[in-house]
Design a protein around this ligand. Structure first.
Ligand SMILES: [Ca+2]
Ligand SMILES: [Ca+2]
Ligand SMILES: [Ca+2]
Length: 278
């Protein structure tokens, strides 16, 4: 009888759905850096790590930030940014991916290549002077590693600053878990021409983010001053902020739970039989 009760209990356990308690969202939009700085600061406080960057964009070992400003000229517009720059050249545990053709970091002013991707009347920086964009796509995926290694990792918080969001519901941030299920999505607030939009979230119940997808408007950048299509809205990015990537925990895959439970039941049945035979 005890075994039967235990069986029902275990079966019920297997039917319990995964519950995501949600995320705490941080968002604001405005005409200049000062208008979103309080939200950036609140996100920083929520994640921890202080306000002074150490080596490789590390804030107290708790948070990393990428502001693109230290990327050298030879890896900035018109030259492509390597997808693994922020895990190899400057190891911060973030590797980029896009369905497009690559990535660009904008040139500083005063060089042969115009600053701000050649759209000085549309873009401004939050952190001077460089901005970031995928090339030939409005999609940038961020994958996490233990910084400087190929050990797959997850994070618990991520935020990005979008530039020049003028149309609602085309620019957003999405989080995916280890099984590639979406666990968070939030549209960036409209900031108007040349404006800045901060959007991010912090896990509040142990959720782990394996991948962040950033969708920046509907238009795409092909090269300095050249757009990919006639659609509004062209949007690029500035600072990324995220909790320190941590190595994946070695927990059983959800699909193996029934096998584990069956094995446990088998052991209990064996024990019960042995008990009766004594
Ligand atoms: Ca604009
Ligand atoms: Ca910047
Ligand atoms: Ca725009």
């Amino acid at each position: 009888m005890k075994l039967r009760i235990l069986s029902v209990f275990l079966a019920a356990l297997l039917l319990v759905p995964t519950a995501w308690a949600g995320f705490v969202t941080f968002e604001s939009a405005g005409a200049d850096p000062a208008s979103i700085t309080p939200t950036r600061d609140a996100f920083r406080t929520a994640v921890g790590g202080g306000t002074i960057a150490g080596a490789n964009g590390s804030f107290g070992g708790l948070r990393r930030e990428i502001n693109w400003d230290g990327v050298p000229n030879n890896l900035s517009d018109p030259n492509a940014l390597p997808a693994n720059f922020f895990n190899v050249n400057s190891p911060r545990g973030a590797v980029l991916s896009t369905p497009g053709t690559g990535f660009l970091v904008s040139a500083n002013a005063g060089l042969a290549t115009p600053a701000l991707f050649g759209f000085g009347s549309d873009f401004q920086s939050f952190s001077a002077q460089r901005l970031f964009t995928a090339v030939g796509s409005n999609i940038t995926d961020v994958l996490f590693y233990v910084p400087g290694t190929m050990t797959v990792a997850t994070t618990s918080a991520f935020a990005a600053i979008f530039v020049d969001v003028e149309v609602a519901a085309q620019t957003r941030i999405e989080f995916f878990d280890e099984s590639n299920s979406i666990i968070f999505s939030r549209d960036a607030l409209v900031a108007g021409n040349q404006g800045l939009s901060f959007v991010g979230a912090v896990a509040n119940a142990g959720e782990r983010i394996s991948r962040v997808r950033l969708t920046s408007g509907m238009n795409t950048l092909i090269s300095n001053g050249v757009l990919g299509n006639p659609n509004d809205d062209i949007v690029v990015m500035d600072d990324f902020l995220y909790a320190e990537p941590q190595a994946l925990q070695s927990v059983p895959e959800p699909s193996s739970f029934p096998l584990v439970a069956l094995g446990l039941l088998g052991c209990l049945a064996g024990l019960r039989r042995r008990h009766h035979s004594i």
